[in-house]
Design a protein around this ligand. Sequence first.
Ligand SMILES: [Zn+2]
Length: 434
Amino acid sequence: MSHKHSILNLLGIKDKNIKVMDKDWLKEEVRNGLHCKIISAKLTYTPEACKCCGCVNEGSIVKNGTKLTHPLLLDMAGCPTYLELKKQRFLCRECGQTFIAETCIVKKRCHITNDVKRSIAVQGTRNISEKDLALEHRVSNNTVKRVFGDFYDTFRQVYTHLPENLAIDEFKSVKSAEGAMSLIICDSDNKKIFDILEDRRNKSIMDYFMRFPQEQRAKVKTVVVDLYGPYQKLFQALFPQAELIIDRFHIVTQVNRALNMARVSFMNTLKKSKDLKANRDYRKLKKYWKLILKKEETLNSTEYRYHRLFKGLVTERGIIDYLLSLDEGLRLNYNAYQTIIFTVNHRKPKLFSSFVHEKQQGLTVKMDQALKTFRQSEKAIINALNYDYSNGLVEGINNKIKVIKRAAYGYRNFSNFRNRIFIEYKLLEIKTAA
Ligand SMILES: [Zn+2]
């Protein structure tokens, strides 16, 4: 392998018509304050036909000078690298017009090689802003946008098929989105994004799913949603055969919030008191808020540790017993909370429904409300305890979407945002012939 061939090989140039110059083929130059490497080469061949009139070359097309171009290559050794490519110009004697030699490494009238564009398209799957991609590849922001447009098709729903098990959640998208919240629909089985809707309001969700054929909607077996009431009615109407499942995490948050509020309202009664003991109890309740939310069965009752506020050795169990002894209301709320999370964690649907239907005394308004919500969506919650599907997957995707948005410093246009999400989740194929 000659060294000139090796140079082309290193640069990844596959076009056989390009030859590196015999001497002075590598120059270094300062361009825009950056040290650049410039590799000189020539592109020439015998054309088969005229590009202008189409006549077959039987000696009528002659070489007629060259045109100097500087297509951008991928960086070499950290330096911007350009190809100083002398393109052959041809003159057609039949029509008297001239045309310039073409190559597969760079498009006609373009000064960015296809390798650079492909690299941008591939790097687009990483969580990196378009601006940084542009800087990294030494192109403009608009080039990056154009490359995405050229290499990826815009995602379009075909409305022919629906997954059997859906997981649906909402997320905060772009400002321009109606209602500022968008809806994400996932396939619980293959764990992929199925679609992203700009508007999460009932009418547009209805319009969207109604575009799928009736038999596809009837095939949906489960839908995981959050506790938001109107959604449950809507999805039950859209998917008559489906079992609605409330996400378990949302069940727990309801009682979690209620217990926290019960604790804080009790703390506020202590705060006003001038009594020293009450003050100390206030601080205890404030400090051990996390312990109160801990699952009762995991509280440690054997390990004694020193706790400053207790001025002595005490176990976790001991702390909780003391805190609950302060107020009967707090104790009742605590028990309700622990029963709910126990039934959810250990999947005890029967215990759950008997508990929420029991007449409870001394609960705060918030806790009562939580239990009332549970009664209203009882069937869907029981499903949550019987099925393994949850919204964990969607919450994870939501989290990544947030990061995508942050990395780009926000998106103004919803469809650009959506497309980038699909690109980063590798749900859009890179087009090979671009
Ligand atoms: Zn011609």
